[in-house]
Design a protein around this ligand. Sequence first.
Ligand code: AMP
Length: 222
Amino acid sequence: MRLILLGPPGAGKGTLADRLTDRLSVPHLASGDILRAQIRQGSDLGPAVQKYMNSGQLVPDDLIVQVMISRLTQPDCAAGFILDGFPRTLPQAQALNGRLAEVQAPIDMVIYLDAGEQVIISRLAGRRVCPLCDATYHLQTMPPAESGKCDRDGADLQARPDDQPQVIRTRLQEYRRLTEPLLEYYAAAGRFVRLDGNKDIEWVYCQAQQVLTKTFSSTDEP
Ligand code: AMP
């Protein structure tokens, strides 16, 4: 199953992908997490991408395409993947399409999580992440067991630098300008489903499961 999750920051793509990755037995590839890992590991790419990420702008297409295509060629992606945060521009989508056409492994489904600005802002403002493992929490809706500590490794949780109000505004502008055109692109390609990302994760997960089960017959069920 090769799945793309589209939607603005804070729509719940990462949370849904975390749930679906177990159900579908394919890896969750979050482009933001992959870039943050590069920064943490001190890779050559780190300084170049950090300034874009901290200001809420997208990193250049060539760079992210190279990173993500190389990730997609890893053996754990042989049976499929869930893409979260990539592609984010038309050139990225076209590059991805080209690569998948080469290996005759097209995208099976695109799920678009639509969410309103107020919901997005409140989700991002309350988001806390683990600096070690990228696990994500929310102060109100998904708090850790022990306040301020990651459930997995006990590290101190932090707000992401790009979850500050001014940076959120830039990210939403970038989303509207560069990512929204992808909705039409993938809708025209078929197997495109919109879900209401304003609703809570249980509802969204349940709807996503229903869509996947209904779309894929027993012979090619995900
Ligand atoms: P995210 O964790 O998905 O919210 O991404 C955080 C930041 O990483 C974005 O604001 C961008 O700076 C960068 N980024 C992640 N994915 C992409 C992408 N597909 N294209 C360009 N920049 C990206």
